[in-house]
Each structure stands twice: as structure tokens, then as C-alpha cells.
Design a protein around this ligand. Structure first.
Ligand code: ADP
Length: 496
């Protein structure tokens, strides 16, 4: 296979900025592609927090102005690399837009100028690729923040040369976040009003950046096969199911990979003791005691410990979790550790519960990589009762850390966790527990089944743990699928 040059465009990339799985994917997929002999150039905003990280960032010669509804806004291009790699990362520097407390919003909600910020980002990326003369083959655009780029490429915006040779791929990490703005913001996109129609950019009277990407990209991907079929139906289609059905076979689901250099209990520098599939009992015992002390819980080796990490949004099933905690904390011999940030009402309720039953529930309302790694290693079970889950990364990390996932059977959770029913246990394929109906009783049944196995059948529990630990969810296979899609787009482009 020939070597391709792929631009990866995203609003967050580890280790520079992260609020969720998007950042993990955009920081680790390019490493794998580069390892397979392809060149990747990454583009993201130069948020203040990125500039202050102390990473080696250089200025480039490239600077330009972008027209935003008639106003000229200056942009400087900065450059860095993904740490310990040759993968180049270009940072779009515009302090008025990107020197903010966080990425997308503050306590009051989303920043009011998000449409302007990310229209500027998309235009700047298209312009920078031209100015740098990168000659890319593929623009791989992630989520609504990069959704205008396929339209710029397809419509001859700015009369750039490179889009004639390149193809676009749009990846949906979560269909619920659509970049939907009032129709007057069409002016900010710089695209002609004739594209403001129900088949292209318009969405119920507004302009939708994600719909724009879905409609104009050469191919559309999402992050698991099950989610790809779910979003074609009204229940999970967030109003875009018709648009997605229209794309037919051009919509493909590919499970995210894991970067095992970052997420592996055998090498994890955050842990008090490393371990692998042959030493997991000793290793996890040390990590569990450490986790219990980090969260102020009594050090009890045989009490089952359930871990939860995630954004505090309704998507992640906090309603079920909180209701179960209310019922279980006082009368079950189970410990819980929870790490997350997000919606106030969930935080308040959890704080209230943790204050009443501190010996059973350890809570940290912050974003901390170190704690996330320690939970993955120290917990016995990992609970993920998401209402919907495009892919989910935490269950993949849990599998590798021998922390048995208990999940709602939706999206990527279906594609990655095999329920420990009798057949699966007998054939040695069981890797976790799943429940089908999104309800408190179904979740509690799955938890009860998991706890019973943990308490009474240590050997079978060990088999489930090891099955998960030995699985390979690294990027290799998924990156090969993306490459096949890139090639397919390019061959179709040549024919047209
Ligand atoms: P989503 O992208 O929907 O938030 P994923 O499971 O795909 O969910 O990815 C979430 C990523 O963010 C994981 O790497 C997870 O460990 C991390 N994460 C979420 N919340 C926190 C937190 N409070 N502290 C540290 N890491 C977190």
C-alpha cells in the first residue's frame, strides 16, 4: 500500500487538551498510522491551556487573516509534535477565540460564540493546508467542530488547490453534539446561502455543522458498528437518522482502539504496583488498597469495589447510578469510587450521598488522569450504564486492567463486552456483564450477578478477568479499516 498524507482535524487531542474520548482517539490513531508508514498532520486550536503546558511549541512563518462575516481576524500558526513521535501538530492560534477557561463553555453553559470560534477554526485549517503546501490525500474531520471542512472542500470555497486532490472523511464521536446554531450564523461560515436547505446545512431552521459534515464528506464513520446501525433509527438518530440513512453504505462503524502505551497495567507509572494477566491477583490487591486510601475508604481487601469514571451528563446513566446508590449504600457490603465532572444536579446528589456514607462511597469531582488510572487498576468492577454509548473507552481500559465491566448493552458496549452468561462462561468468551433494558432493576440484576460471581466463584471470576486482559483492542485493526476507507474515497475520487 502506498504511503498517504492524512490531515486529522479535531477540537481536542491528547496530551494537549481533553474532555472525552475524542481526544484519546485523535492522539492515538495518528501514532498508529504513522507507525504503518503514513504521514499525519494534526490540526487543533491553540487553547491557552495548551500553550501553558510547557510543551515545546514553535512559531511558524505562517500567519494570515480570515474573513468572518466581513471582519478580518488574524491567525498565527504554531507547531509542535505528538510527544515521542514525528507526528506534526499544527495549532491555530487566535487568543480572542481560544484563550478561555475551558474548551467549549463555562458554568453559564456553552460559549455563545462557539459557531464563530469553530467556523474560524475550520477556515483556518483549510487555509493553512494550502499555505503550508502540505499536499494531503485525506482530511479526516472529527465531530461538529470540524464539520464545515468537508463542505469547504466540496464547494470550491476560497478556490484552494488541494481539495481537488484530497478526499474527506467525517467521523461522528457522539451524534448528540451537533454544533447547531441560529441561521444567521450562515454568514460566519462564508458558505453561500444556497446551501442553507434541508438537504445540506439546514436543520429545523438552524444551521448544523455536524449535518454539514455528514452531507458533504466523501465517507462518514462512527466509532462502533452497533452505534452505526443505531443512529440510522429515530430512537438514537437525534433527528439526523434520515440524513444518515441517505448515506447508505458510506456510513461505517469502526471501534476505537486503545493506546496500550498509555493504558496498560504492566507499565502504568500511575500505579503503586504494575501487573499483567499472570500476576493480576497480587497487583490488583495492592492497587485496590491504594485506591481505597486515595478515596478515604476503609482498606478492606475482600469488599467488592465498583469504579465509575465519566462525564456527568444524563447519557452516562447517572440517574440509574444515583438511585441504586440511594438504595444500596446503607445495606450492601459494596464500596464505590466515583470520578467525574459535569452537571450540577448529579454532583450535588453524589456529594450528599458521599457525606452520609463516606465509608462506602469515595467521590472526586475533578478531572484527573492519575485517579482515572488508579480506578481502572484498583476497582474490581467498572460500571457503565450509559443510555447510549457511541464506543466507550473506559470499558476497554477496564478489560485490560482486569476490572470486570458491567454495561448497558448499547452502541460500542455491545461490540466490546461479552456477557458472562452460562454459555459464554463455558466457552471462555465471557469478559463482563451486560443488561438490555435501560432500567434500575435490569442494572441491579447485572450487578447482583457480577457480585455473586465475584464472591462465590473465584476461579470463574479469574477466568473472566483474564479473558478481558488478554484481548487486543489496540489500534492496528481499526487503523487498517480507516486506511481501507481512505483508499476507497481516493479511488472513487479519481473515477469521478
Ligand atoms: P466520552 O467521550 O463520551 O466522555 P469515553 O468513554 O469514550 O466517553 O471516553 C472518556 C475518556 O475521558 C476516558 O479516557 C476517561 O478515562 C476520561 N475521563 C472522563 N472523565 C474523567 C475525569 N473526571 N477524570 C479523568 N478522566 C476522565
Amino acid at each position: 500500500m502506498r504511503s498517504l498524507h492524512i490531515a486529522i482535524v479535531a477540537s481536542e487531542i491528547i496530551p494537549f487538551a481533553k474532555t472525552g474520548g475524542l481526544a484519546d482517539v485523535c492522539g492515538s490513531l495518528p501514532r498508529c498510522l504513522a507507525g504503518m508508514g503514513h504521514r499525519c498532520s494534526l490540526f487543533m486550536p491553540a487553547y491557552g491551556m495548551v500553550l501553558r503546558k510547557g510543551l515545546p511549541i514553535e512559531a511558524t512563518e505562517v500567519g494570515f487573516t480570515i474573513s468572518m462575516a466581513g471582519r478580518q481576524v488574524a491567525c498565527r500558526l504554531l507547531k509542535t509534535r505528538l510527544p515521542s513521535s514525528d507526528v506534526e501538530v499544527y495549532l491555530i492560534d487566535q487568543p480572542q477565540y481560544f484563550e478561555r477557561e475551558s474548551l467549549y463553555g463555562d458554568r453559564q453553559g456553552d460559549y455563545r460564540d462557539n459557531s464563530e470560534r469553530f467556523a474560524f477554526f475550520c477556515k483556518s485549517v483549510v487555509h493553512a493546508i494550502e499555505q503550508l503546501d502540505l499536499r494531503i490525500d485525506i482530511a479526516h474531520c472529527h465531530d461538529w467542530q470540524a464539520g464545515l471542512i468537508p463542505a469547504y472542500m466540496a464547494t470550491g470555497f476560497g478556490q484552494y488547490g488541494w481539495p481537488h486532490r484530497a478526499a474527506s472523511v467525517m467521523t461522528i464521536h457522539n451524534l448528540a453534539y451537533q454544533g447547531r446554531f441560529w441561521h444567521y450564523d450562515m454568514a460566519l461560515t462564508g458558505l453561500d446561502w444556497r446551501y442553507f436547505n434541508w438537504r445540506e446545512m439546514e436543520f429545523y431552521g438552524d444551521v448544523s455543522y455536524l449535518k454539514t459534515g455528514i452531507v458533504f464528506a466523501d465517507k462518514v464513520t462512527t466509532v462502533s458498528p452497533t452505534y452505526a446501525s443505531e443512529i440510522r433509527r429515530p430512537e438514537h438518530g437525534c433527528g439526523l437518522d434520515g440524513v444518515l440513512r441517505d448515506r447508505g453504505d458510506d456510513l461505517i462503524g469502526i471501534v476505537n482502539g486503545v493506546d496500550y502505551d498509555q493504558w496498560s497495567p504492566a507499565t502504568d507509572a500511575f500505579l503503586p504496583k504494575t501487573y499483567d494477566a499472570s500476576t493480576w491477583r497480587d497487583g490488583k490487591a495492592a492497587c485496590k488498597a491504594h485506591l481505597q486510601s486515595l478515596f478515604g475508604l476503609p482498606i478492606e481487601p475482600s469488599t467488592p469495589l465498583v469504579g465509575i469514571i465519566g462525564r456527568m451528563a444524563s447519557q452516562k446513566g447517572w440517574d440509574l447510578i444515583i438511585e441504586t446508590l440511594r438504595q444500596w449504600l446503607n445495606n450492601r457490603d459494596v464500596q464505590w469510587v466515583i470520578l467525574g465532572t459535569g452537571q450540577r444536579e448529579y454532583q450535588d446528589e453524589l456529594q450528599n450521598l458521599a457525606a452520609h456514607v463516606p465509608h462506602r462511597l469515595g467521590l472526586r469531582l475533578e478531572f484527573s488522569d492519575a485517579l482515572a488510572h488508579n480506578i481502572e487498576a484498583g476497582a474490581d468492577l467498572f460500571l457503565m450504564p450509559s443510555q447510549y454509548e457511541p464506543c466507550g473507552l473506559n470499558q476497554l481500559y477496564s478489560l485490560r486492567y482486569g476490572t470486570v465491566p458491567v454495561v448497558h448493552a448499547t452502541g460500542g458496549l455491545v461490540d466490546t463486552v461479552v456477557d458472562a452468561n452460562t454459555d459464554a462462561v463455558r466457552t471462555g468468551t465471557a469478559s463482563g456483564f451486560s443488561f438490555h433494558e435501560y432500567s434500575i432493576s435490569a442494572m441491579e440484576d447485572a450487578l447482583e450477578r457480577a457480585l455473586a460471581l465475584y464472591r462465590t466463584q473465584s476461579q470463574t471470576w479469574g477466568q473472566v478477568v483474564k479473558t478481558g486482559m488478554q484481548q487486543d483492542w489496540s489500534w492496528g485493526q481499526s487503523a487498517a479499516k480507516y486506511l481501507a476507507i481512505y483508499e476507497d474515497c481516493l479511488s472513487k475520487k479519481k473515477l469521478s
